[in-house]
Design a protein around this ligand. Structure first.
Ligand SMILES: Nc1ncnc2c1ncn2[C@@H]1O[C@H](COP(=O)(O)OP(=O)(O)OP(=O)(O)O)[C@@H](O)[C@H]1O
Length: 247
């Protein structure tokens, strides 16, 4: 059974339909990335799958008892507020020091427990958010542009960590990213969104799809080369790229 499955969903804000007839499923252990231009409905889609956005049509089902871990885009903490990583992680959930330490280790930052949140680098901060999302051993991790503000190396390292987490815990990942070339190697499947699903498939298939290029320009050639360089194994070409009209 799929962990999450959305069938023909539409989301509307007033008269503005931002998602139309979108279907998506997340299977255990897979990493699915949603890409799309600003305003294409990516965050609305994530909200819809966790039940935080009202559906105008369609339906979302979750596997009974599904545990979700959420890593936000950013979180602002007043830099004058003294709070350690451990206290921050325990603010909203009942966990002990050992759980926090284990989660930090899984997120690749084992030594941060007693550090002040205000003293963390951007990359460390995002890993603490990742650790916080991992504490309750989620079946699926949701990430909304979790590397915004990090440089490309920092982003790449973060997504490598996500892959490690998937390997270690077996959790599935549904994430939003603007940087397809950065997340390509860490994605099993990519969904390109622009109010509707423009195209989907393996990262290589999406990066070379005309629908993707129409949205992001043809500057993806280098990215693709990078991806191929890193991954010289075969990709199956399960190209499901029917372009639907937006209206
Ligand atoms: N609560 C809301 N009320 C009204 N309109 C909204 C609301 N949330 C989002 N929208 C509108 O819905 C559209 C899709 O927004 P959404 O945040 O889902 O897109 P996105 O692809 O995540 O964008 P970005 O890449 O800029 O984060 C936008 O036009 C946005 O202005």
């Amino acid at each position: 059974m799929s962990l999450i499955s959305a069938t023909n969903i539409s989301v509307r804000y007033g008269a503005n339909t931002v998602l139309r007839n979108v279907s998506l499923s997340v299977e255990p252990g897979e990493i699915v990335t949603i890409v799309g231009p600003n305003g294409s409905g990516k965050t609305s889609l994530l909200k819809a799958v966790i039940g935080a956005a009202q559906l105008a049509a369609g339906q979302v089902t979750q596997k009974p008892g599904l545990k979700i871990g959420y890593v936000p885009q950013r979180l602002h903490i007043d830099p004058t507020l003294p709070i350690t990583v451990e206290r921050f992680m325990r603010l909203t959930q009942r966990v002990d020091t050992k759980d926090c330490a284990n989660a930090l280790e899984a997120a690749g930052v084992p030594d941060l427990l007693k550090r002040q949140m205000s003293a963390l680098s951007g990359g460390q901060f995002q890993r603490v958010l990742l650790a916080r999302a991992l504490i309750n051993r989620p079946d699926v991790l949701l990430l909304d542009e979790a590397t915004q503000g990090l440089d490309q190396r920092g982003s790449a390292a973060f997504y490598q960590q996500i892959e490690t987490v998937r390997q270690d815990t077996g959790c599935a990942v549904l994430m939003i990213s603007h940087e397809l070339h950065v997340v390509m190697s860490a994605s099993d499947r990519v969904i390109c969104l622009n109010g509707h699903v423009c195209c989907e498939g393996t990262p290589a298939v999406v990066a070379s799809a005309p629908e993707y290029r129409a949205l992001f320009g043809s500057g993806t050639g280098g990215a693709l080369a990078l991806y191929r360089h890193d991954h010289d194994h075969d990709h199956d070409h399960d190209h499901a790229c029917g372009h639907e009209a937006a209206e």
